[in-house]
Design a binder for this molecule. Structure first.
Ligand code: UD1
Ligand code: MG
Length: 458
């Protein structure tokens, strides 16, 4: 089929009451990545300008999280009156897109894949060349709270929601359920979309009622049965989320193993979907690697590390219990154990950050070392600087943040405080225990502590 004819509507306005959380459901995270992100990834093969998302509950949080998306493609459903109402609120956009078909996806189905969506659309046209409505179904032993597909003599009649299902009327459920993914001919919606009513136990307008309406009007409507798969199951509760997350975790680990990454103790390694890791890298669990992190060849990440949105170039070592966030490491750096790199920390080649060191918004020059118990914030360290144990850059005076510059080859004695703004010149030495408040010229020794007196005891 021609994908240019398809627009997409993601239903993401619901509160997700069953999640017991203030967060909108589609922002709930699996491997530190929001559900909605997974849906967008699965839709990459369709034209982005035709992908619409209905939002409502805490809409601004969703727009903020996905601020890189076109704002006009978010559709507001002010009151969440049901999935059918969400579709009604989107009707102008759908019609305006001029797409012949609309693929509707529940936003709480993050394990869905491009393969399944393509299979579904192809099968839809094979089965019903003139289709009006198709939707994905699957057969489960336990139909749980899913909408149940009702057929009579194999002919599709309706989808009935669990709460409204009466075995006396519809007979025992067959096991076939609605996965919440629909392909709708837009021309057919025109006739039936605004006929939806909310006369059901929830008092909501159900998208699923469109199926009954279409069947009654003898439209071309059918369920496309897909093999049972976790990818088709909507997430409505913490338990379902954790179950889905475990499946995803295994899939991602398998993908990296297949790419020749060494993942030791793999059950305890959590890697987010967009992370890139080169072949030959060693990762030891337990360990978490999230966001858009990239790890190049010959690196080792030891256990208990948390790494998010970092670029780690070749041959770097991250020792245990280190926490890295939005940092960049050039080749041959070593970090940890017990180090913390906060956003905008950039380590040039051969830099070394040791135990109990925190770096924030700072450049650490080539070959420079901060080996023990230090805080370096809003600073620039040029090449071959050595920072003694316990050195602190005092970057904050309670109102303003100020910068520290430490030039080439400077040696800062242990337990010094560098009160910013301050410039420490090339090849300077700072005597241990000094509090430096003024700039130090190149090639000087600066020392501020009181001279030692040895006074005989009485
Ligand atoms: C829905 C289907 C059910 C199906 C199941 C599959 C309906 C009525 N039922 O049930 O047949 O088996 O999905 O997982 O559709 N949403 C809105 N606006 C609203 C209400 C919901 O955008 O007013 C969004 C939600 O954010 C969610 C999606 O629609 O992403 C589905 O809503 P949810 O409440 O999870 O429906 P289910 O009870 O799971
Ligand atoms: Mg659901």
């Amino acid at each position: 089929m021609n994908y240019a004819d398809v627009c997409v509507l993601i239903l993401a306005a619901g509160k997700g009451t069953r999640m017991h959380s203030e967060k909108p459901k589609v922002l709930q995270e699996l491997l530190a990545t929001p559900m909605l992100d997974y849906i967008y990834s699965a839709l990459h093969f369709l034209p982005e300008e035709n992908i619409f998302t209905v939002i409502g509950h805490k809409a601004e949080d969703i727009e903020k999280k996905f601020s890189h998306k076109t704002a006009e493609n978010f559709i507001l459903q002010n009151e969440q009156l049901g999935t059918g109402h969400a579709l009604q609120c989107s009707w102008d956009k759908i019609r305006g897109s001029k797409a012949k078909y609309c693929l509707v996806i529940n936003g709480d189905t993050p394990l869905i894949t491009q393969d399944i969506l393509e299979f579904f659309m192809e099968e839809s046209f094979k089965k019903l060349p003139q289709l009006d409505i198709t939707f994905i179904t699957t057969v489960l032993k336990d139909v749980a709270a899913f909408g149940r597909v009702v057929r009579k003599n194999n002919k599709l009649q309706a989808i009935i929601e669990a709460k409204d299902y009466d075995e006396n009327i519809y007979q025992k459920p067959s096991g076939e359920i609605n996965a919440g993914i629909y392909l709708l001919k837009t021309a057919c919606l025109e006739d039936i979309l605004f006929q939806l009513e909310n006369k059901n136990k929830n008092g909501e307008y159900y998208i699923t009622d469109l199926i009954g309406h279409a069947a009654q009007k003898n439209m071309q409507v059918d369920g496309i049965v897909c093999e049972e798969s976790a990818a088709l199951l909507g997430i409505n509760s913490p338990k379902e989320l954790i179950f889905a997350e475990e499946i995803l975790q295994k899939e991602i680990i398998e993908k990296h193993l297949a790419n020749n990454v060494f993942i030791h103790q793999k059950e305890q390694v959590r890697i987010a979907p967009h992370v890139q890791i080169a072949a030959g890298v060693h990762i030891f669990g337990p360990c978490e690697i999230y966001g858009n992190t990239q790890i190049s060849s010959a690196c080792t990440i030891s256990s208990h590390c948390h790494i998010e949105n970092c670029i780690i170039e070749k041959n770097c070592t991250i020792d245990s219990f280190s926490h890295l966030h939005d940092a960049k490491l050039e080749n041959n750096c070593s970090v940890g154990p017990y180090a913390r790199l906060r956003p905008e920390s950039i380590l040039a080649e051969d830099a070394k950050i040791g135990n109990f060191v925190e770096i924030k918004k700072s450049n650490i020059g080539k070959g420079s070392k901060v080996n023990h118990f230090s805080y370096i914030g809003d600073s620039t360290l040029e090449t071959d600087v050595n920072i003694g144990a316990g050195t602190i850059t005092c970057n904050y005076d309670g109102n303003n943040k100020s910068k520290t510059v430490i030039k080439k080859g400077a040696f800062i004695g242990s337990n010094s405080s560098l009160v910013a703004p301050v410039i420490i010149g090339e090849n300077t030495r700072i005597g241990a225990g000094s509090v430096i408040t003024n700039d130090v010229p190149d090639n000087h020794l600066a020392i501020t502590r009181a001279e030692q007196k040895n006074i005989p005891r009485k």
